[in-house]
Write a protein that binds this ligand. Structure first.
Ligand SMILES: Nc1nc2c(ncn2[C@@H]2O[C@H](COP(=O)(O)OP(=O)(O)OP(=O)(O)O)[C@@H](O)[C@H]2O)c(=O)[nH]1
Ligand SMILES: [Mg+2]
Length: 418
């Protein structure tokens, strides 16, 4: 419970005077003094709490009936149920967290892999915010220099700007921003994952590859062309990045209405996927590959031709030689998949959780700075204007300048009571 009456409710329910940040073992009682449960009560007086308000925690035994009774008593005494994200929203409004940190609370709770959880925690602890904040400070300084020279036109602004090294500072800030963008993109990848559609002619081994990649016999594999009809999906983490693999029906002209529907669905899945893997049999010529844009091509069944596993990078997209039967080349395929997803494995320590909203804001700032650089310090007024826009974009990440509707949208996606 958070708010001005939280501690009073705690005292009414337990009949004890609470001590700040001291756990006490107490009975929780209803209006007629009956014991509903017994457990721990903890009081965190403002401002030393998660939300920055008075916070009360009751630790009971759980279970629907007991919990319901305790909750009903809290409501009787003046509490109401929290809206989704309301605790974190209050923490943000009371300056306990900035917006990027608040968002990482939800990301930490939802993280599906340990790398994703670690990077969400790094964001929560403020690493992402600090990097953005450093950029912000650098830009504020730069803008002050640029505007100072505007205020003293008689000095000759261009000379003043040059004397302050404005152009050099700008280019170093752009470098820093690029590094932050790179790390943020990695973070988004951990959060959002990638979808990979496996397409190709019937019987080339798509389902066998799908099973290998998902580490499970999910799809039916037979020597009959046209085995797969429904679309199958499996989610696996490769180096902590969530990959959703999609197995599709072999692409061919079919009289069978069921197979035709499956083929149509397969095409749609390929269109919607982040990465398309086209499969053909080793030894076949490239015209055996379906005419859809791909990111990775695979020659399967090299055990039949005796070709060595490996990656050919001399073509438009990487072509990987594998055998789904023996497993040869599968590690190379995984590496190429991670590469196509944009994952740089060695940089995990520098990755923090980020969202599409942050990526857009960083891009906006980068564009504004590129614009400023193109204008050059000679166009001082426009130059200063672009810096101002870049600053606004960065400020939206931490939420210093966030509109109410944006806040509503962000916190509404939290799970209840966080
Ligand atoms: N020798 C060899 N056979 C393979 C390999 N991969 C798959 N096969 C065989 O090829 C046949 C077709 O495999 P599937 O995985 O069902 O092929 P598919 O592309 O999913 O086929 P459809 O669903 O019909 O489009 C099966 O008999 C598999 O055992 C491989 O690497 N080597
Ligand atoms: Mg299949």
């Amino acid at each position: 419970m958070s708010g001005p009456v939280a501690l009073r409710i705690g005292e009414a329910m337990t009949g004890k005077a609470l001590k700040a940040r001291m756990a006490m073992h107490v009975p929780f009682r209803n209006a007629s003094g009956e014991v509903l449960d017994d457990g721990l009560v903890l009081a965190f007086p403002a401002p030393g709490s998660y939300t920055g308000e008075d916070v009360l925690e009751l630790h009971g035994h759980g279970g629907t009936a007991v919990l319901g009774g305790v909750l009903a008593r809290c409501v009787e005494l003046g509490a109401r149920l929290a809206e989704p994200g309301e605790f974190t929203r209050r923490a943000f409004l009371n300056g306990k967290l900035d917006l990027a940190q608040a968002e990482s609370v939800a990301d930490l709770i939802e993280a599906k892999t340990s790398i994703a959880a670690r990077s969400a925690l790094r964001s929560l602890r403020g690493e992402f915010s600090e990097r953005v904040e450093a950029l912000h400070r650098g830009l504020v300084e730069l803008r002050a220099l640029a505007e100072a020279s505007l205020d003293f036109p008689e000095e000759g602004d261009v000379e003043v700007m040059q004397a302050y090294g404005v152009a050099a500072r700008l280019s170093s800030l752009r470098e820093q921003l690029k590094a932050v963008q790179q790390a943020a993109r990695q973070g988004t990848l951990l959060r959002e994952g990638v979808t990979v559609a496996i397409v190709g002619a019937p019987n080339v081994g798509k389902s066998s590859i799908f099973n290998r990649l998902s580490g499970d016999e999910v799809a039916i594999v037979t020597a009959v062309p046209g085995t797969t009809r429904d679309i199958l999906r499996a989610v696996v983490a490769l180096e902590g990045v969530p990959f959703e693999f999609i197995d599709t029906a072999g692409l061919r002209v079919s009289d069978d209405p069921v197979e035709s529907i499956g083929i149509e669905r397969g095409r749609k899945a390929a269109q919607g996927a982040d990465i398309v893997v086209r499969v053909m049999e080793a030894g076949a010529d490239a015209s055996a590959l379906p005419g859809v844009p791909s990111h990775i091509d695979v020659e399967n069944k090299i055990d039949v031709t005796g070709a060595p596993p490996g990656i050919d990078r001399t073509l438009g997209v990487p072509r990987v030689r594998i055998s789904a039967l023996t497993g040869a080349g599968l590690d190379q395929l995984r590496a190429v998949l991670l590469e196509a997803a944009g994952w740089k494995p060695l940089e995990e320590e520098g990755v923090f959780m980020a969202r599409a909203r942050h990526i857009r804001a960083l891009e906006e700032a980068a564009e504004r700075l590129a614009e400023a650089a193109a204008l050059g310090v000679e166009r001082e007024e426009l130059f200063a204007e672009e810096l101002r826009y870049a600053l606004e974009a960065l400020a939206s990440i931490s939420g210093r300048t966030s509109a109410d509707d944006l806040l509503g949208e962000i916190f509404a996606r939290f799970c209840l009571g966080k």
